[in-house]
Design a protein around this ligand. Sequence first.
Ligand code: TYD
Ligand code: MG
Length: 457
Amino acid sequence: MAKARTAYVCSECGAEHSKWQGQCIECGAWNTLAEIVVQPAGKPVAASRTGYAGAGGPAKIRRLASVAAEAERRSDTGIGELDRVLGGGLVAGSVVLIGGDPGIGKSTLLLQMLGTLGQRVRGLYVTGEESLAQVAGRGQRLGIALDGLDALAETSIERILGEAATAKPDVLIVDSIQTIWTEQLTAAPGSVSQVRESAARLVRFAKETGTSVFLVGHVTKEGGIAGPRVLEHMVDAVLYFEGESGSRFRVLRAFKNRFGAVNELGVFAMGDRGLREVPNPSAIFLSAHAQPTAGSAVMVTREGTRPLLVEVQALVDQSSLGNPRRVALGLEQNRLAMLLAVLHRHGGAAVYDQDVFVNVVGGIRVQETAADLPVLLAVLSSFRDRPLPDKTVAFGEVGLSGEIRPVPNGEERLKEAATHGFRRAIVPKANAPKKTRIGEMEILAVDRLGEALSAAW
Ligand code: TYD
Ligand code: MG
């Protein structure tokens, strides 16, 4: 039998190299190569290794129409917000990576999920971080029926897979992947090579047996899961659990999902009995200002399948640096730089000597371009130290030539804002309904940035 060989994998981009070197040829990152063991290819891969059906024997050509029906066996997890982010329930044989800061509630969420899955499925919770007594204690506090739940405190992947092969769980949780190691490698647990190899074995296990596997991953300081790209390639879905420290709200976001939309959000609130779903989160990300405040603008975002009202805050201040700072939290940094250039050219406000900080309240990330207009309104409001009029909401994409472009689902966004008592909406002309108001809300349709700014103040 062919022997296992070593190779070197880049922790940034996942590229594989046959020998060690200081810089990754693929992505150019320095000091990111780590040793891994590559198993020999061996015999041709059987159908059971690649398909979900779990049938043995060599692979055969099949008409896709007959396969599609069984491709996705989904089951509800019993937690609606989690199902939503997963794309409509848990897929059998899928591998889901849940990342997030330590203490954000990853273990709590998964334990609660096993609780709600309850008697319907067999769950196995593998912990490499806590003792079984701690897990049981938490389960009790969460009010989960523990009699149907199996748990294992183990970090060796060989032993975990051995136990799992006997226990045959439907859902396997590994908390956390950074603690798991294989005897085949000498590298320390938590290193890229150990994490990658352990994850690869778990992925293989999931595909071979049809078990749904959840991997918990702690986020590193740089914001990625240790060996980030490497794991992202291997799993079916990557969900990030986010939230601001001090806030009890938590947002679960699909960063990659082979079985659903990637911009879907699930919202939870952490309480003394664990995580509670927030099925109607539309207004929880607004901070309650007693009076209109300079540097604040409210937008209606539509991440995923429902509208959400969020507040964008900006602080614009005289810079003492030659290179003024541009900091965007919850938004894309490059987009902010571009928007400031548009503001200069088409809005007549020069902020080149100002530090600009922009933040989306509540730890939410807004990735859609509908945030462009509210970002500029917040920036200008701070720059001029003039609050936007009370109960104003805005959305719209801003183009390089200062035009305001429409965004999807305009009417739905407007209705949501009207429901929450907003009085004025500044929106792209193409998104405006024929009527000039919805309920109590006046609609100001704008075509150009200049028009939007004069409509706002
Ligand atoms: P945990 O799930 O252990 O986080 P992670 O696995 O992501 O590291 O969550 C721990 C935090 O949640 C901790 O700060 C305590 C808090 N918590 C509650 O507020 N209520 C609860 O019922 C539970 C179980 C935890
Ligand atoms: Mg944990």
